[in-house]
Each structure stands twice: as structure tokens, then as C-alpha cells.
Design a protein around this ligand. Structure first.
Ligand code: UFG
Length: 331
């Protein structure tokens, strides 16, 4: 399996996938509508600019090319935005996936690695979330990803599609030495916001809620480096070579950090205090999401390399301190 199509390969996680794949001998083609991704982040293969909602463009992308497998990172992925704009989330994340799957079926591409999310679980009822945890999403983003996972199970049965859904917890970090990192025009994620407030004299960082049922009242998340996510996707390709059907794995480091703990760790990385103010809770945020990734370790052989928070933050800090020319103006 050497020729892979990376849908969403101009985005944050997809570009790290392309770097990993090229470094490990795969031939990479990127398909991306560049709505949130960046042409400047496509450095390891041809870029086809196309939208998964445009079935003719998808057909053109597959015609005359031969892919051994597809990795599907294209999605709207902001929890808060999904609550206020659900139609966009279902259209992009479910219809877009269906269009891709149908095009793959027509072109006899039978292996897919799918970007899923911890948001499929909703409010956790166990301290650590394994794959058997009930799936009860509390926002349209998580619901759209769970629907797509269901489609993959049906596609395995009906069309023999082999798939692996990887449920990321909180993707973080960067590979500044390869010119890639997190670069959203509208940045909502905690770590980039914390680092940006250390770099600018703009408005203080907002902590969305300090009245959650956690040790310090702020939300707890499990931060996993994007390069480790990329490693898991490559292992998923090997796994699909040997296993039929639709499979799902959780990916996290198994350790939770509160918003306060992230801010404190970031302050020591950047060498100065990071001012913040307490704001109301953000819609759709569960109090705590921490992964059990035992299944990925045992069945995929996943061995994350970035297991501590500080190096993850340091990589993100190096990226944000010296971003490339294509880095977007943020609001
Ligand atoms: N947060 C702040 N201030 C900010 C940004 C974030 O307090 O400026 C808080 C959030 O409220 C949350 C935590 O920091 O409690 C982490 O927020 P992020 O936006 O960085 O990430 P999310 O936890 O919202 O998103 C992640 C994944 C999604 C997944 C979601 C599940 O990126 O794929 O968890 O809720 F769906």
C-alpha cells in the first residue's frame, strides 16, 4: 500500500500525515478545498483542490489515478460552531464522507482511514474512555462523526470496505522543522490561544468555565501530538492489510490536564505568566475527556513518542513564535 490519497492534507493533522507518509516511503496525493487548510502546508505531494461536496470534482480526482488507500481528514471540527451551525456539520462531515465513499467504491479503492473524535462519546461516565464506552455525543460535531462511523460499518457489510476510524482526543503540537503546525484563521483551540496571548498584548485568554466537576473546576483534556496521530494512521494502513471490516481506536496519551494546568505548563515553556479571565462555559464542552489507548497499542502497535505535555507545548511554541509566510491573520 504505497499510493495514498490524503483528503484534508492541507490542514493541521493532514499535513503532518503527509510529512510522515512521505518520510516513510509512501507516494502522497492531497485533496483539499483549502477552506481551512493552506496550500503552503502541502509540501509532500500533488495538491488537487476539490471539495467533497462536489462529486464531479471528486470523480476527476480519482479518474486516471490509482490509490491503494484513502485517509480522510476533511471535516468541520469545532464543537462550539457545530452547536450554532449544525447543518454545515452534517452536510460536510456526513454527506462529504458519503460522496468520498461512493467515489472510492466506483474506483475500487477499498481501504479508508477515517478521522474520528473523542466527541463521539459525549459526557463520559468512566474516568478513562475506552472503545466500549457508550457513544452519546452532546454536540452536532460528535454526532456527525458518529454517523460517519456508522456508515463505515454499513459499507464494510455492503461493499467490503475496510476501514479504521481513529478517535483523536486533543490533537496538539507541531513540527516547525518541517514547516507545519496549527494555523487556523479563526483559532478556538486552547494551546494556540494560550501561546498567542503570550506573544501579543491582545485581549487576555478566556477560560471557558471554572465550575466544572473537576479538581480545579476547569475542563480536563488528553493532549496527543499530531506526529503520533500520523504514526497511528500509517499503522492503520498495515492493519487493514490483514483485517476486513470496520474498526475504531481511541488515540490519546491517557493523561488528563486541566485548562489551568495547560496554562501553567505553557507559562514555564514561554518563560512568563499568561494572564487569563474566567468566562462562561462554552456550549458542547464535556468536563473531562481522557483516553484509554490500550487497544491501539495492542492491535496497531501504536507507540506514541510525545508522551509528556511540556515537549508538546514546546513544539507548538517554536511554531507559533516563527510562523511561515502563509500563516493566516487570526481573529
Ligand atoms: N478553552 C478555553 N479557552 C480557549 C480555548 C479553549 O478555556 O480559548 C478550553 C475549552 O473550553 C476546553 C479546553 O480548553 O475545555 C480544550 O478546548 P479546545 O478548543 O482546545 O479543544 P476541544 O476540547 O474543544 O476539542 C477537542 C477536539 C475535538 C473533540 C472535542 C470533544 O479538538 O475534536 O475535544 O469535546 F471533539
Amino acid at each position: 500500500m504505497r499510493d495514498i490519497l490524503i483528503c484534508g492534507g492541507a490542514g493541521y493533522i493532514g499535513s503532518h500525515m503527509a510529512q510522515w507518509a512521505a518520510a516513510h516511503g509512501y507516494t502522497v496525493t492531497v485533496l483539499d478545498n483549502l477552506s481551512t487548510g493552506h496550500a503552503g502546508a502541502v509540501r509532500w505531494g500533488e495538491l488537487i483542490q476539490a471539495d467533497l461536496l462536489d462529486t464531479s470534482a471528486l470523480e476527476r480526482a480519482f479518474k486516471g489515478r490509482r490509490f491503494d488507500a484513502v485517509m480522510h481528514f476533511c471535516a468541520r471540527s469545532l464543537v462550539g460552531e457545530s452547536v450554532s451551525r449544525p447543518y454545515e456539520y452534517y452536510t460536510n462531515n456526513v454527506t462529504g464522507t458519503l460522496n468520498l465513499l461512493e467515489t472510492m467504491r466506483r474506483h475500487e479503492v477499498s481501504k479508508l482511514v477515517f478521522s474520528s473524535t473523542a466527541a463521539v462519546f459525549g459526557n463520559p461516565i468512566h474516568d478513562v474512555i475506552d472503545e466500549n464506552h457508550p457513544k452519546a455525543p452532546i454536540n452536532p460535531y460528535g454526532a456527525s462523526k458518529l454517523m460517519a462511523e456508522r456508515v463505515l460499518a454499513d459499507a464494510a457489510h455492503a461493499h467490503g470496505l475496510r476501514s479504521v476510524a481513529l478517535r483523536y482526543f486533543n490533537a496538539a503540537g507541531a513540527l516547525p522543522e518541517h514547516g507545519i503546525g496549527e494555523a487556523h484563521a479563526c483559532e478556538t483551540h486552547l494551546i494556540p490561544n494560550v501561546l498567542r496571548s503570550a506573544l501579543t498584548d491582545g485581549p487576555a485568554l478566556k477560560i471557558f468555565g471554572d465550575d466544572y466537576p473537576t479538581s480545579d473546576g476547569t475542563c480536563v483534556r488528553d493532549y496527543v501530538h499530531v506526529q503520533d496521530l500520523a504514526q497511528a494512521h500509517a499503522l492503520a494502513l498495515d492493519f487493514m492489510g490483514e483485517h476486513e471490516g470496520a474498526h475504531a481506536f481511541n488515540l490519546g496519551n491517557g493523561q488528563g490536564f486541566s485548562v489551568h494546568e495547560v496554562i501553567a505548563a505553557a507559562a514555564s515553556v514561554v518563560g512568563k505568566a499568561i494572564p487569563f479571565e474566567i468566562a462562561p462555559q462554552r456550549a458542547g464542552d464535556p468536563p473531562k475527556l481522557v483516553a484509554s489507548s490500550s487497544k491501539a497499542r495492542e492491535q496497531l502497535g501504536w507507540r506514541p513518542q510525545w508522551t509528556a505535555l511540556t515537549p508538546i507545548l514546546e513544539s507548538a511554541w517554536r511554531w507559533h513564535r516563527a510562523p511561515p509566510s502563509w500563516f493566516p491573520n487570526q481573529n
